[in-house]
Design a protein around this ligand. Structure first.
Ligand code: F6R
Length: 353
């Protein structure tokens, strides 16, 4: 039920603050201790010499963020793979691999194919899914809920943020993040609402920057490059504006030739280490005529930036940085008079290979 919302997508974007709170309430007890992740899971993961995250689409993008948590906190090397590729061209594996399947629906055929393959090879697998009791949760050795609640809009929003959150919590069960994750997640939930309260800003950005445009870019570095891929997918899949998500440093190696007068280039700027370089790349595309729209976290923001993101721990910024992109995609699509919830040619759950 959409209630007062015109589209499920907007309702699901707004639900992200509650989802963050529900996830924290499920995985932390009152004293801040982790719960709900059995040691059968953590023991098996600790034994592994490498994690392989396998997923498709938006869930793959969530995996690209999760990799950082497993490597930085749990200190386990982690690879992220597109399921449809891994299924038929399995890369060389480490000696003791552990597989993590990320899926909203739990039914994605490409991911199921990989799970079948790795089970035949005798490797342990954990599924993180939004729909529990789905094929991927039933057939893996272990399963943990993503707890986003039913997601109806074809474009995935809250399942992405929920997958990122649950990966952060799982990684914190394996190694110390070095800060109070539970407290920081409470802050994340508050700041998600602060961003979703700014709908009018994103509506304006969408209607001015994307009006009549056939193509657009999202750029970033580090975790922002991972978010740029998801931001671009959101925009292109529902508005049909051809959008590339790009690691900003790669632009100069070819793609910058596509920049024309007025081409919208959205820059996600939340990572301190590379903020200066990214500013340089924004200047380079602006010098070639691009309409640059900078979304920067508070401590990195400068005058003239289009939107200032509230700040949480830098590694958790993907959860906040994706929300403007979801809202920009929503309003750009609305502005074009298209059906936000049901883009052409797409199904919510892709059960064919
Ligand atoms: C995009 C989208 C898809 C799915 C992909 C995987 O908004 O929803 O890219 O993320 O089809 O689906 P799940 O997560 O159900 O395995």
């Amino acid at each position: 039920n959409k209630g007062a919302y015109p589209y499920y997508m907007l309702k699901e974007i707004d639900e992200q603050a509650v989802v963050a709170r529900n996830i924290a309430a499920h995985y932390f007890d009152e004293d801040g201790n982790l719960q709900g992740i059995g040691c059968a899971i953590t023991d098996r993961m600790q034994e592994a010499d490498r994690l392989y995250i396998v997923a498709a689409g938006t869930s793959y993008h969530a995996g690209l963020v999760g990799k950082r948590y497993f490597e930085q906190w749990a200190k386990i090397p982690t690879e992220v793979h597109i399921a449809s590729e891994f299924a038929y061209d399995q890369p060389m594996l480490s000696e003791k691999p552990f597989f993590i399947f990320l899926s909203q629906s739990g039914e994605t055929a490409d991911s199921r194919e990989v799970l079948d393959n790795v089970k035949k090879q005798g490797y342990p697998a954990l599924t993180l899914a939004n729909v529990m009791n789905s094929t991927l949760t039933r057939e893996a050795d272990f399963a943990l809920p993503v707890l986003a609640g039913p997601e109806i809009a074809v474009a995935s929003t809250k399942a992405y943020t929920a997958q990122v959150l649950v990966q952060a919590i799982l990684a914190s069960a394996l190694g110390n993040p070095g800060f109070d994750l539970k407290a920081e997640l409470a802050k994340v939930a508050v700041e998600i609402s602060a961003i979703t309260d700014e709908k009018e800003s994103f509506k304006q950005i969408a209607e001015t920057a994307l009006k009549g445009q056939k193509s657009a870019f999202y750029i970033g570095r580090g975790l922002d490059a991972a978010v740029a891929l998801e931001a671009a997918l959101k925009l292109k899949e529902i508005s049909y504006v051809q959008t590339e998500g790009f690691a900003a440093g790669e632009l100069k190696h070819g793609t910058i030739s596509l920049i024309e007068d007025g081409t919208p280039v959205f820059a996600l700027l939340t990572q301190e280490k590379t903020a200066g370089l990214l500013r340089g790349e924004v200047a380079q595309v602006a010098a070639r005529g691009a309409n640059t729209i900078i979304l920067a976290s508070e401590s990195l923001a400068k005058e003239g930036d289009a939107f200032v993101l509230p700040e949480v721990n830098e590694l958790l910024m993907p959860i906040l940085a994706v929300i403007p992109a979801q809202l920009i995609a929503y309003y750009a699509t609305l502005d074009r008079g298209l059906d936000v919830d049901r883009p052409r040619n797409l199904a919510k759950s892709v059960t064919v290979q």
